[in-house]
Design a protein around this ligand. Structure first.
Ligand SMILES: O=P(O)(O)O[C@H]1[C@H](O)[C@@H](O)[C@H](O)[C@@H](O)[C@@H]1O
Ligand SMILES: [Mg+2]
Ligand SMILES: [Mg+2]
Length: 330
C-alpha cells in the first residue's frame, strides 16, 4: 500500500533539524523578549521566524495542507483540527528556557489528518501494554507485524484515541530527534523507544510544569496537586521546562509520567504520539479520554500510574484551544 504520509514525515524531520540550527545560532545572539497573554508568557523573534520558516517550507511542498502554529494562533489565526492534513507546530517549546539559556528547547511538529477517524492509535501500542522488549537498533515495530510484538491485553480506545499521524520533536541542544509514526513505534535518533516498566508509583519520577498562569487560585491547585503527588511519596519531581521534552522523557523511560494543565495542542500533538507509540498511555487529568484540544494531559508509562496521578490532581479547566473556533467540538 502506498505510504501517503512518509514524504510529509521526512519533510517534518528535515524542517525540524533546520529549525533547530536556527535556534542554536539564535542562542549565541541577544534575544529580544516580548510577552503574549501575560508578563511570563514569553515570545521572541526566533519563535516567529522559525514558525514561518517551517510553514513556508511545508507550503512549497504541500500547498493544500493546513496549519496550527503557536505564533500564528497568537497572531489571530484559527486553531482548528479538521479532516484535512494539518501541521501542528510549536517552533520553540521552552521559550522561557530559550530566553534564559536553560539548555532544553525543542521544535515540535505534529501532523493530523482525518480528525473523525474512530480508530484508536496503534492497537499494538495501547494503554497498559508493554512491548516484550526493545527492538534492535533501527528496527521498526510496524503495525503490519501485529500486536504479537507486544504483550498485554487489547488496547482500550478510551485512552488511546489520537488524531495524530506522525510526530517529530527535535531537542535542539541535545541533538535528539524523537519521531513516531502511528502504529510504527517511537524512535530517538533512529533507536526505538520504550516506556519504563515500573509499576510502583512510589519508585517513580514524575515530571510536571508550572505553566504561565499566575492566578493565585490556579497556583494553589498546582501546588496542592504537587504536594499530593510528592507525598505519595514518589522518588522525585522534575521539570524540563518544555512539555514536549517531558513527554519524550516518558517515552524514553527516564520518567514514569508527566502531567500538566494549561499547555496547548502544539505542545502536545507530536509528543503524544511519541509516548503512545513507545507503549505509554495518555489520559485526561480527571481520568477520562485524552483530548488534544483540552489543554490537560497525563502521559504515563502505564494506566495504573496514570490513574493514581489523576486521583491526586486538583483539576481545573482552562479555555479549550478550539473554544473560539466556529463549529468547534463542544
Ligand atoms: O515554551 P512554550 O512553547 O510557550 O511552551 C510551554 C507551555 O506554554 C507551558 O505551558 C509549559 O509549561 C511549558 O512546559 C511549555 O513548554
Ligand atoms: Mg510550547
Ligand atoms: Mg513555543
Amino acid at each position: 500500500m502506498t505510504d501517503l504520509w512518509q514524504d510529509a514525515m521526512d519533510h517534518a524531520v528535515s524542517a525540524a533539524r533546520g529549525a533547530g540550527q536556527v535556534v542554536r545560532e539564535a542562542l549565541l545572539e541577544d534575544r529580544m523578549v516580548m510577552v503574549k497573554s501575560s508578563s511570563v508568557d514569553l515570545v521572541t523573534q526566533t519563535d516567529q521566524k522559525v514558525e514561518q520558516l517551517i510553514i513556508q517550507s511545508v507550503k512549497e511542498k504541500f500547498p493544500t495542507h493546513r496549519f496550527i502554529g503557536e505564533e500564528s494562533v497568537a497572531a489571530g489565526e484559527p486553531c482548528v483540527l479538521s479532516d484535512e492534513p494539518t501541521w501542528i507546530i510549536d517552533p520553540i517549546d521552552g521559550t522561557t528556557n530559550f530566553v534564559h539559556r536553560f539548555p532544553f528547547v525543542a521544535v515540535s511538529i505534529g501532523f493530523s489528518v482525518n480528525k473523525q477517524r474512530a480508530e484508536p492509535a496503534g492497537r499494538a501500542s495501547g494503554p497498559g501494554q508493554q512491548r516484550a522488549g526493545p527492538a534492535g537498533p533501527g528496527q521498526q515495530l510496524s503495525r503490519a507485524s501485529g500486536p504479537s510484538q507486544r504483550a498485554g491485553p487489547a488496547a482500550e480506545p478510551l485512552l488511546a484515541f489520537l488524531q495524530v499521524e506522525f510526530g517529530v520533536v527535535y531537542s535542539c541542544l541535545e541533538d535528539k530527534m524523537f519521531t513516531a509514526r502511528r502504529g510504527r513505534g517511537s524512535f530517538c535518533n533512529g533507536d526505538p523507544l520504550q516506556v519504563s516498566e515500573q509499576k510502583a508509583i512510589q519508585q517513580s519520577i514524575i515530571a510536571t510544569e508550572f505553566g504561565s498562569d499566575r492566578d493565585p487560585e490556579v497556583v494553589d491547585k498546582i501546588f496542592s496537586s504537587l504536594r499530593n503527588i510528592l507525598c505519595i511519596p514518589v522518588h522525585g519531581i522534575r521539570s524540563a521546562g518544555t512539555a514536549a521534552i517531558n513527554m519524550c522523557l516518558v517515552a524514553s523511560g527516564c520518567v514514569e509520567a508527566y502531567y500538566e494543565i494549561g499547555m496547548h495542542v502544539w505542545d502536545l500533538a507530536a509528543a503524544s504520539l511519541i509516548v503512545s507509540e513507545a507503549g505509554g498511555v495518555l489520559m485526561d487529568v480527571e481520568g477520562g479520554p485524552f483530548d488534544l484540544m483540552s489543554r490537560r494531559v497525563i502521559a504515563a508509562n502505564n494506566r495504573t500510574i496514570a490513574e493514581r496521578i489523576s486521583g491526586e490532581i486538583q483539576a481545573y479547566a482552562p479555555a479549550r484551544d478550539d473554544a473560539a473556533a466556529p463549529g468547534a467540538d463542544p
